[in-house]
Ligand binder design. Sequence first.
Ligand code: ZN
Length: 428
Amino acid sequence: MRGEGRTVGLVILDGVADRPAPALDGETPLEAAATPQLDRLATAGQSGTMDIRAPGTPMSSDRAHAVLFGYDPAEVPGRGVLEARGFDVSVPADGVTCSASFAAATPEGDRWRITDRTVTDARPCNGAAAQVARFETAGVTVTFDYTWKNRGLVRLRPESGRLDPAVTDVDPFEAGLPVVTPAPLSDATDSDAAARTGKALAAYTRWTVDRLSAMPVDVVLSKWAGQPTDPEPFARRHGMAGATLTPKPVLQGLGHTLGMAVADPPANYDDRCRAALAALDDHAFVHVHYPEPDEVAHAASPAAKRDEIEAIDATLEPLVDRALADPDLVLAVTADHTTPSRGNVVHSGEPVPVALTGETVRRDDVRQFGERSAATGGLGRFAARDLCRQLRAAADRVLLDGLRRAPHVPDHPTTDLDALRRQTDDRT
Ligand SMILES: [Zn+2]
């Protein structure tokens, strides 16, 4: 054990949880996959299932990761801000930053209907970005920065006064639906500022259609408006210096926002596992992200997802060897949400499987890493907001309930204490 507790590793297989597939004899891709390494972890430790938020709530990866890291999503800025930070694009403190994408749309009456929002040929998007780069309306400057594929960032800056990010998304996330009016949300804290944001975004959206009339894409669809917040840093909340190894800019942005060390890990699975092992030597908490199961589930079939899971598992042996041999390491493997590999929902809200190992972790009788086996495990079914505390508990990083060592009452056993002076320095 080093310092104030054991090291914690958290492997997130993005969207690895799934629904039963007829093509896999009613098994999920994870159940159908041969996963000897993940099964070793399940056998050595304790399993359970985890609701990321309220049962049945489909989660995006960014909001799910906020919960997995021990935060309420409301503490963390909207995704537009996280993406901007991930792409190293500056975020205006008093402005609003949205994620955005180019889409094809067609006029329908006095509205527009979206015909293609994926735009797989991204070649024209750089040129399109130049067409929609800067716009001014009613004291608000709107800029567009191209990021990747057909995506970009829309930033709104007020000359004076306020903007509020609580507006509806212009992107309805489904072809065949209309381009949506950006309107203030009913629970906006500043409804006037949200209305102003909505008007500026509406004007910008109409302007992009004019500007893109000669391009193969027709409109900029903005979404996930955000404004910077000031969440408690991860290290202060949990008493662990955190590192996140993720190739996803939005999660890199989340890591930056929470004061974690951020690394873009190798695409090769063997190399990624090696990078995780190296990071565990340098940080008390290491998050290792595999977005691929989710990506394959969106793009392909249950069988393809099963094969991808097997490919990842085949490279995890060094990490599993260490988890089973190192008494100073607590390791958990789980997912951030369920991604159905068939049907047309984006994500779904079933609980995800968890396997937890460590010298302090009680064993159960589960021998496989999968949805139905995990549901029989000793961790039971719990909420993801409690994941970090359970990991810290296994790492002996939770202070006895009721002890107060510091004014802000951290529940981790900090030794960063205000030691009493031997003589008073009160000269008043
Ligand atoms: Zn997904």
